[in-house]
Design a protein around this ligand. Structure first.
Ligand code: HGY
Ligand code: MN
Ligand code: MN
Length: 415
């Protein structure tokens, strides 16, 4: 049944544009990093939207923000939805924001329809889905799941050696870190609306993606230490050049992923820092971060092992020391029937084409899966582009996603 909901797509798109304005990058790019002024200004703006929706708003010790629309049965675990509003440097305006602003619009449509629901609906604005500031993704949901403990949070540092503690308290997010963790069963189910960040929906002409599984990342930190020296004086046969060793390792990262034999295995060197970075000095130290992902945890770990073995071989051959430390190896998540069936029924009732697919990006849903049954609704994005300023999803596509989200929330909140 098409057009069941009265979704104001124009208003939603204008809100996405307003949110994109809270940025440390010139338009059309967006940069919005955890606990920065722009992040806090954006949060304040979102909380005002929550307030004007008549929802009660709470925040936890990391800044995860919860907006609650009460149901008829206060004993029944709520249905949760939400996403993130932080944005990696020089990226787009739809990643995460569609799931937060879309949830607000879905709840508004549900209220406008005058529906009484058994279960409360909670919209969650997760703190720091992106790894930008502290090097680890999904900081807020990872802490909610208990996988990231308070002591592990206290050990995190940003590139200025700043701590989460100092930053969160300065932003007014007080309270013990121990209070962030949510018990299993806290929610009846969690659904995240998100752009696909891949080309599948667009190339198949499908409006809605019903996510089956979420690939999980492992993050390796690599430090290569060589001898450095004068670029003119040290002969080639005497060199222990950290950069060239690091470059060879970067190629080994690509080879390690290709060797898995599965297209679901991906590996990326996203950060490559050089020291002392002087035109006439042989680099004596480089540091790299390696992001390895797969929907199959064992295959991903085997790929990481191949990378470690390559580091040992390169280090021995080139006479440099290579240290590989593991920051995180997260379990992939499976989206269960409780939420997935509701998404499929909602899309069918609304007349939107729908297909099952894997999420190659990770999301807060990955960690919410430790707390309750989860699912994700994907909408197409142009040429699958994301984490770039030209990221785009159309008003019609986002509207369809919000309609399916509204119907899915009603189904789950009525159970
Ligand atoms: O990297 C990711 O998959 C997510 O966009 N943070
Ligand atoms: Mn992202
Ligand atoms: Mn995202």
């Amino acid at each position: 049944m098409k057009g069941k909901w009265n979704i104001d797509a124009d208003h939603l798109m204008s809100r996405i544009e307003t949110l994109a304005g809270f940025s440390d990058a010139p338009k059309p790019a967006v940069t919005r990093v955890l606990y920065t002024e722009q992040d806090l200004a954006a949060r304040t703006w979102i909380k005002a939207l929550f307030d004007s929706s008549g929802m009660t708003v709470t925040e936890d010790a990391l800044g995860n923000t919860f907006a609650r629309l009460e149901g008829d049965d206060p004993e029944a675990p709520a249905v949760a939805t939400g996403s993130h509003i932080d944005a990696i440097p020089h990226s787009g305006r739809y990643d995460g924001t569609v799931g937060v602003l879309g949830a607000i619009e879905a709840v508004r449509a549900i209220q406008a329809a005058g529906l009484r629901l058994r279960r409360a609906i909670e919209i969650v604005l997760f703190t720091a889905e992106e790894p930008t500031r502290y090097g680890i993704g999904c900081l807020g949901s990872r802490a909610m799941s208990g996988i990231l403990t308070p002591d592990m949070i206290r050990a995190l540092r940003d590139e200025d050696d700043g701590t989460v503690e100092d930053a969160r308290l300065r932003c007014g997010f007080t309270g013990p870190l121990e209070s962030v963790r949510l018990e299993r069963g806290q929610y009846h189910g969690f659904i995240e609306l998100h752009i696909e960040q891949g080309p599948r929906l667009e190339t198949t002409g499908t409006m809605i993606g019903n996510v089956t599984a979420i690939a999980a990342p492992a993050t390796l930190h690599v430090t290569v230490s060589g001898e450095g020296g004068h670029a003119g004086a040290v002969l080639m046969r005497e060199r222990h050049d950290a950069l060239v060793a690091g470059a060879e390792l970067a190629q080994a990262v690509e080879a390690a992923a290709r060797q898995s034999g599965a297209s679901d295995t991906v590996a990326t060197v996203g950060i490559f820092d050089i020291h002392p970075r002087a035109v006439n000095s042989i680099p004596d130290r480089v540091s790299l971060t390696v992001d390895v992902r797969d929907i199959d945890g064992q295959r991903r770990d085997d790929t990481a092992d191949r990378i470690r073995a390559a580091a040992t071989d390169i280090g021995a051959r080139r006479g440099v020391s290579i240290e590989v430390s593991t920051l995180n190896t997260d379990p992939p998540a499976t989206c269960g029937p409780v939420v997935r069936d509701a998404i499929a029924q909602a899309a069918a009732e609304l007349g939107h084409s729908c297909t099952d697919l894997v999420s190659r990006a990770y999301h807060d849903t990955l960690f919410m899966a430790e707390i309750c049954p989860v699912g994700m609704i994907f909408v197409p994005c142009r040429r699958g582009v994301s984490h770039r300023p030209d990221e785009y999803s159309s008003p019609g596509q986002i509207k369809a996603g919000v309609e399916v989200l509204a119907s899915t929330l009603v189904k789950l909140a009525s159970q």
